[in-house]
Design a protein around this ligand. Structure first.
Ligand code: GLY
Length: 383
């Protein structure tokens, strides 16, 4: 295998001109990944560029099949569908056997069961998607209006990441005409707006509530640098997630929340537009690791805002997304490393825990593909 030719976009000034060439290269890349990844469930690739093989109930297991479903829909090529087809069945077996699933069933079943049903009408995909939505709804704490995070940690913990899981509730409400799912999705989103997004547009990872009374206890830093820091992937989850909630509900409160985070996120970007892992990790941030997964997820969320807000404001969000994506393409991708199994480098998983710093992350790859697909005219949505 040889390096993928990048010469066609090296000389281009902006993403619109480069996009068809990047999209062509992406197909070559994902075709190679199919052979390299095989039956693995990829999560992290370190220096050697080899993706690991994480258990199916890990929160990241839906992203690789999600890439494949998007590629299938946009190209019409069957081999992507064939590689994506069996994932939701593998998850269902895990759900029945030993239940390690938690709030992240949205991340897992939206890019597998739900998109499979949307694209093919597959009844098993529908059943599995609805089971996952039921499971997530069952984690709702009615006193505090939040979805419980994880299983082992405190029962009153909730996290900003769940902003992205809400789409499975809104999808379920539409599928079966049961507004309870919609109520829960909105109630949790209201808690994100009131408890996670600060007035300046920054967010933190975890909020701890009293599980009995629902009262807020405190903010916790989680995967961010501290309780008062500004974890960039958390911001990306809120930005993209609240834009999704607006798309489902039409309530401008969520649109404004997404914009509030977006403006803060954009104001914090360094010269190459690719976010550091936490905007308040140090002052100055030079020398702190980047997080390309925050960058790609935020870019995809900015494209939701661009779609929601036509006119000059929408165009501004679109240009911002394009700048991020062009920088990722030119400076943070593996086109020159044919044996590298990931698309992007320089992701940060959990810096405070010393886990997965300066690595490739499958969700970084997924949101990069998702964002480029939106620019290519992809209209179906996974989240
Ligand atoms: N959802 C966990 C993370 O963003 O790392």
């Amino acid at each position: 295998m040889t390096a993928i030719d990048t010469s066609k976009w090296e000389r281009t000034a902006g993403l619109p001109e480069a996009l068809p060439h990047i999209w062509e290269a992406l197909q070559v890349k994902v075709d190679r990944m199919i052979g390299q990844i095989g039956t693995k469930s990829p999560h992290v690739a370190k220096e050697d560029g080899i993706y690991d093989d994480i258990r199916y109930d890990w929160w990241t297991s839906g992203f690789w099949p999600g890439i494949l479903w998007i590629m299938h829909e946009l190209t019409g090529k069957e081999h992507y569908k064939e590689a994506a087809w069996g994932w939701d069945e593998k998850f269902e077996q895990k759900m029945i056997q030993d239940n390690n699933f938690h709030h992240d069933v949205g991340f897992q079943f939206l890019p597998t069961a739900v998109i499979k049903h949307k694209l093919t009408g597959d009844k098993d995909g529908l059943r599995r998607g609805l089971q996952a939505a039921n499971f997530l709804a069952g984690r709702f704490n009615i006193a505090g209006n939040f979805l419980r995070a994880w299983n082992q940690e405190k029962i009153g913990w909730s996290i900003v990441d769940s902003s992205m899981n809400l789409s499975i509730l809104f999808w379920a409400a539409e599928q079966i005409g049961d507004p309870r799912f919609d109520h829960i999705g909105r109630a949790h989103a209201d808690t994100v707006v009131s408890q996670f997004i600060r007035p300046d547009g920054s967010v933190n990872h975890i909020v701890s509530f009293d599980a009995k009374t629902g009262e807020r206890i405190e903010s916790l830093g989680g995967q961010g640098a501290g309780p008062h820091s500004s974890w960039s992937r958390g911001a990306a989850w809120a930005l993209h997630g609240m834009a999704n909630v607006y798309r489902y509900t039409g309530d401008t409160k969520y649109l404004r929340a997404s914009q509030q985070v977006a403006h803060y996120f954009l104001a914090c970007l360094p010269d190459d537009y690719v976010a550091h892992w936490d905007f308040r990790a140090a002052d100055p941030l030079d020398g702190e690791p980047r997080d390309t997964s925050a960058a790609s997820c935020a870019a995809s969320g900015l494209l939701e805002l661009a779609e929601a807000l036509p006119g000059a404001l929408g165009a501004m969000y679109r240009r911002a997304a394009e700048r991020i994506l062009l920088s990722l393409t030119k400076h943070y991708a593996t086109w020159d490393r044919p044996d590298h199994e990931a698309i992007l480098i320089a992701g940060t998983g959990n810096k405070p825990a010393g886990q997965n710093v300066d690595v490739s992350l499958i969700y970084g790859d997924y949101y990069y593909v998702e964002a480029l697909a939106k620019l290519m005219g992809w209209k179906t949505r996974i989240f």
